[in-house]
Write a protein that binds this ligand. Sequence first.
Ligand code: C5P
Length: 232
Amino acid sequence: MAEPQVLSPVSCVPVITIDGPGGAGKGTISRLLARRLGYAWLESGALYRALALAASRQRVALDDVVGLSDLAGWLDVRFTTDVHDRAHILLAGQEVTDTLRAEACGDAASRLAAIPAVRTALLSRQRGFRRPPGLVAEGRDMGSVVFPDARLKIFLTASLKERARRRYKQLLDQGIGANLNDLLNELAGRDERDAARSVAPLRPSEDAVIIDSTGLGIDEVLARVLRLADDV
Ligand code: C5P
């Protein structure tokens, strides 16, 4: 007879995953959702971006598999929130929130994210964000690899043009200069690389609910996600 499965307390903590391509609105929606539910929030892309920044600062090349996986193992990155509920990311104690948003950082992140040993080194760190009363985790493989037992899995997407426009506006709002055409090409290149890699490729898991947010406002998407969260 099969042994009864004993669930550890952490696996009882509910997780909602939001995966999808860059610029689809995952960051905004997952942060708002986490706030509404009182859950913790994991922006997994920031971990890959922070690793890319640390690698560039320490002159570890993007094809140095051993150097990058070592760095991923002891990466000193911390996520904090200020009194206005704004997220801040610290690398080795230094604020890097805006630096991480630059498309060059996203591009480097997507290159090192294709290395299996790097992904393995970041796995337990990501799972460590799961704590009561729950977690909203956003990225590319949250539902498929990191939290396969998530209570609700969403794949949030939008047309390439709309995603480039949103990224453009987001960067300008943060005072970071950008060119719409360059952004469109960079996002397209990153999507292609993320979808084509052999480990954790960007694609909806079979049990994910797909939401196309093209033409939808933040409030409409959030309302849809909240309804789905209520139903599970
Ligand atoms: O989501 P964001 O644009 O910050 O992610 C930057 C890059 O990090 C992505 O293009 C992707 O290659 C990688 N990434 C990943 N898996 C995740 C989150 C991000 O491979 N869970």
